[in-house]
Design a protein around this ligand. Structure first.
Ligand code: KG4
Ligand code: ZN
Length: 347
């Protein structure tokens, strides 16, 4: 079973070919970071145009690298949401056109499901497992109980954690995207040199909040213009680490209550590349008798292979979609989860 996957929900245009033997036949990602850098964030209209310009060439390259013809495919998977709607439409319409032309099923994939199932592609992980999804647009703890069986245990009530990294980087003059720059600065700094809050720490449940931390960083810089940016970066990263470990710790208890045999915590999303966070979560897992699974960084950030793999899993289960499937800006992975009023300013 061979599936083409197309991803275009944010600022990466991506195409990949994956088979049901968990082989990635090709995986091509084109980042638009350079186009968005002058604006300090993703500009939806620029993203949509860039997807239109590059998507057909990228798919042709993915097929050529996989040494396959379109007629060799068993299905076409495309992200149908959530994300920046212009970009999602570009990828989904392209996927539909290919599926219609080769008369093979369309798999309309929830981007979050792509992240959620990646550990089964990379590590052949069995259900159930706990997922911590930390990216520029999302910050969620989700219990992955089976294909299409996702229970959201916690989410952010305001900013996503990657957004907090990016905004902190901007305040520190570290450029965009900020996560890697904050991490590099933090490695040279002393977290104990600054005092920052730990929003939600010690609270019941496992929701997150990062906007107060961001505001505290701004105040700290305004009131202490001579502070070393390395120390602020280190203090910020330590605060994020404390909060994430606290929230994930509660989620582990909630997940173990339902599944006492739970054995894995999986991290995904761009922020999962952060080595401080990885160390802290690894320590948490050891303490709780779990294994931390972190897919390679290029499969943690947005890519086509995760969409193709979700397509393989859905095709295997007979969960195909009609060509009238709409693109969705918002599409919660867990339909029973209550909406968060202030979350998701960035899809
Ligand atoms: O998953 P991703 O590539 O895109 C989406 O947001 O969907 O995640 C990008 C986010 C950005 O906010 C970026 O600053 C953050 O991941 N990031 C990091 C690191 N590398 C990327 N944050 C902290 N530490 C890093 N090393
Ligand atoms: Zn993503």
């Amino acid at each position: 079973m061979i599936v083409l996957g197309i991803e275009s929900s944010c600022d990466e245009t991506a195409a990949a070919v994956v088979d049901d033997a968990r082989r990635i036949r090709s995986n091509i990602v084109l980042s638009q970071v350079a186009e968005h850098r002058p604006y300090g964030g993703v500009v939806p209209e620029i993203a949509a145009r860039a997807h239109v310009e590059h998507i057909d060439g990228l798919i042709a390259r993915a097929m050529a690298e996989a040494k396959l013809k379109f007629s060799d495919l068993d299905g076409v998977a495309a992200t149908a949401g959530p994300g920046l709607i212009g970009g999602v439409m570009v990828g989904l319409v392209t996927g539909k056109a290919i599926a219609a032309a080769i008369r093979k099923p369309l798999l309309a994939i929830n981007h979050l499901e792509g992240h959620a199932l990646t550990a089964r592609l990379t590590d052949d992980l069995a259900f159930p497992y706990l997922l911590l999804l930390v990216s520029g647009g999302h910050c969620q703890l989700v219990l992955i109980e089976g294909l299409a069986q996702y229970r959201r245990l916690g989410t952010t009530i305001d900013d996503a954690v990657g957004e907090a990294f990016d905004k902190t980087a901007k305040m520190l003059g570290l450029g965009y995207p900020g996560g890697p720059a904050v991490q590099a600065a933090a490695e040279r700094g002393d977290a104990a040199a600054v005092t920052l809050p730990r929003p939600m720490l010690g609270r019941e449940g496992c929701d997150f909040s990062f906007s107060g931390l961001k505001t505290a960083v701004r105040r700290l810089l305004e009131n202490n213009p001579d502070l070393a940016i390395e120390d602020v970066a280190a203090g910020f990263q330590a605060a994020v680490g404390d909060v994430v470990v606290d929230r994930a710790g509660n989620a582990v208890l909630m997940a173990q209550e339902k599944h006492p045999s739970l054995s894995h915590l999986v991290i995904a999303g761009g922020v999962a590349a952060n080595s401080h966070l990885r160390q802290r979560l690894d320590a948490l897992c050891r303490e709780r008798g779990l294994t931390l699974t972190a897919p390679p960084v290029d499969l943690c950030t947005d890519n086509g292979a995760m969409i193709a793999w979700a397509g393989v899993e859905r095709l295997r289960a007979g969960l195909t979609d009609g060509l009238d499937t709409p693109a969705l800006a918002r599409w919660p992975l867990d339909p029973d989860a209550k909406p968060m009023p202030f979350a998701g300013k960035k899809a």
